[in-house]
Structure formats: structure tokens, C-alpha cells
Design a protein around this ligand. Structure first.
Ligand code: KIV
Length: 312
């Protein structure tokens, strides 16, 4: 039963928010963690009310919503703007904000200042940063500054140029060892969860077994403690061929196209708006107006002289 159904059935208990501790307990109990991105208020409400545990305001907003070709141009201002909107729509889920490229790379001071803004100004519960063991010190410093950090390893889209494209990572024994080291170093530094993106399922299975903290997979096979997808991928709203790991649950593009076509046709045919969708004068004022037309009085003057209440 979804949260919406629970609420509609009159469940009066306040919603218990998901925390980092909840995610850990879910892993320990073997309960799969559900995660999805959201970038604005209405979708955040829908995702939260559907009972999704973990909502990420991903820098994928750059490609899914803002029309950039990669996540690299996304700015702090854009991420803060979208995180604030999502935070207004979330009651229950654990809310994670992605730190954009360049916002945590120059110095620890700048990274901490930017991370703090997501928590303090935008209402996020945690930030996410990409990169393996070379980010461990930063994760430690953020954790010491009371900022929860979700790590992200494997195919890290902000490294697109260093990786020479979006390529599955961890295919050689050396690369696999590197991923194990990354995960354990980030966990030791205090990461509350680790996103595993674009790695072979066998490698993700082993990382998930070795880590105490939950792993959230995207293109990393079914053994991760949770799964995340990009909202627009799930609804076929990305206008490009999907990655192998995407499962489309609904054809949002077809749904919107159909509605848009019908709206355009109705306006063209002048069948929208109809009488029920229009405001009306009261019978009394209509009569006065008709009489004034018959008497050749200026109808605009008459309308101006009426109380607002007379204009239904
Ligand atoms: O930006 C994003 O949406 C992400 C997920 C794909 C994990 O980082």
C-alpha cells in the first residue's frame, strides 16, 4: 500500500521521516531502499507520496530539465533553486542534494561552505559528491561539520572527460580492486550511503556485501541495497535512447503529446473554453446590460458603475 493510499484510508499517524539511520536499518533488515530523482515541487510531492525512501536532486537536472548536454555546466545557484523546490514537496523521504561539478573540487573550505548551503538554505538532509578514495578526506571533514554525505563511485558523470565518455567502470581486476578500496575508504570516512553507478553486477554485489552502509545502485545490478533511477527516464521524458539499465514504467511523452494535441485542436475549433468553463454575469446585471444596449447606453460605463459582486 502506498503512502497516498494510507493517507486516503484515513491513517492519522504522522509520517515518520526517513533518516540515514532508517536507511542503515533497512539494509540490516534486508529491505530494499527505493530511490528516485526529483527536481521540482509537484514531482517531489508525487515521489514522496508514493513512498519512495530517498529523493535525490541530481545534477542530472542539467540534462533532464535544463537542456544541457552534460551535467558539467550545472551551477550552485541552479542546484539550490531546484533543491528548495523539492524540499517544499517532501514530508517523508531522505532528501539528498547533488553538489555540482566545481563546487567541491577547488578547496575543502569552499566545498564545506557550499555543502552547508544545501543543508542550511535549501533543506537537504545530505549532500552527494562523486569520486572515490581521493574524496575520503573531504567526506571526513564534511561529516565532522555535521553534514551527511552520500558518496558516488563507478561511472561518475562529472568525470565524463577523464573517463572519455559514459563508460561502464570496474571491468578489469585492477579497476575492481580500486572500486573496493574506494567504497571502504568512503565508508570509513563517514559516508552514510554509496551510490554505485555503471559497474558490473558482480562487483556491486561484492561492494554491497563488504560495506556496512547501504549501496544504492543505478546500472549496477539487483544486489545493491537500493535502486535509483532518473525520474525523466522512468517516464520516457528524456527524448533520447535510454541506457541499458533504464526501465520505462510509463510513456509520459505520449501522454503529454496527446493532451497537448487535444488542447491545440480545441482552441483552434473554439470548443475551449465552453460555457461551464466561463464566468457569467448575474441575471440581474445581464438584464441591465441588455436593456442598456437596447437604450443605446454605453455598456462600459454601466459595467464600471457596478459593484464587483454584481460581476459573477
Ligand atoms: O544526478 C543524478 O541523477 C545522479 C544519479 C544518477 C545517481 O547522480
Amino acid at each position: 500500500m502506498s503512502l497516498t493510499q494510507l493517507r486516503e484510508n484515513g491513517a492519522s499517524k504522522p509520517v515518520r521521516p526517513v533518516t540515514a539511520q532508517t536507511l542503515l536499518e533497512m539494509k540490516q533488515a534486508g529491505h530494499a531502499i527505493t530511490a528516485l530523482t526529483a527536481y521540482d515541487y509537484p514531482t517531489a510531492r508525487l515521489v514522496d507520496q508514493a513512498g519512495i525512501d530517498f529523493i535525490l536532486v541530481g545534477d542530472s537536472v542539467g540534462m533532464a530539465v535544463l537542456g544541457y548536454e552534460s551535467t558539467l555546466p550545472v551551477t550552485m545557484d541552479e542546484m539550490l533553486h531546484h533543491t528548495r523546490a523539492v524540499a517544499r514537496g517532501v514530508e517523508r523521504a531522505f532528501l539528498v542534494a547533488d553538489m555540482p561539478f566545481g563546487s567541491y573540487h577547488s578547496s575543502a573550505e569552499e566545498a564545506l561552505r557550499n555543502a552547508t548551503r544545501f543543508i542550511k538554505e535549501a533543506g537537504a538532509h545530505a549532500v552527494k559528491i562523486e569520486g572515490g578514495r581521493r574524496r575520503a578526506d573531504l567526506v571526513r571533514q564534511m561529516t565532522e561539520a555535521e553534514i551527511s554525505v552520500v558518496a558516488h563511485i563507478g561511472l561518475t558523470p562529472q568525470s565524463i572527460h577523464r573517463m572519455s565518455g559514459y563508460r561502464v567502470q570496474g571491468r578489469s581486476l585492477e579497476a575492481i580492486e580500486g572500486l573496493y578500496e574506494d567504497a571502504l575508504a568512503l565508508e570509513a570516512a563517514g559516508a552514510v550511503a554509496i551510490v554505485l553507478e555503471g559497474i558490473p553486477r558482480e562487483v556491486a554485489t561484492e561492494i554491497t556485501a563488504r560495506c556496512v552502509v547501504p549501496t544504492i545502485g543505478i546500472g549496477a545490478g539487483p544486489a545493491c541495497d537500493g535502486q535509483i533511477l532518473v525520474f525523466h527516464d522512468l517516464f520516457n521524458l528524456t527524448f533520447s535512447s535510454p541506457a541499458k539499465f533504464v526501465r520505462r514504467y510509463a510513456d509520459g511523452a505520449a501522454f503529454f503529446r496527446d493532451a497537448l494535441e487535444r488542447y491545440r485542436e480545441d482552441v483552434t475549433a473554439r470548443t475551449f473554453p465552453n460555457d461551464d468553463e466561463s464566468y457569467h454575469l448575474s441575471r440581474e446585471v445581464r438584464t441591465q446590460l441588455e436593456t442598456s444596449v437596447e437604450d443605446n447606453k454605453d455598456p462600459l460605463e454601466l459595467l464600471a458603475s457596478l459593484e464587483p459582486a454584481g460581476r459573477a
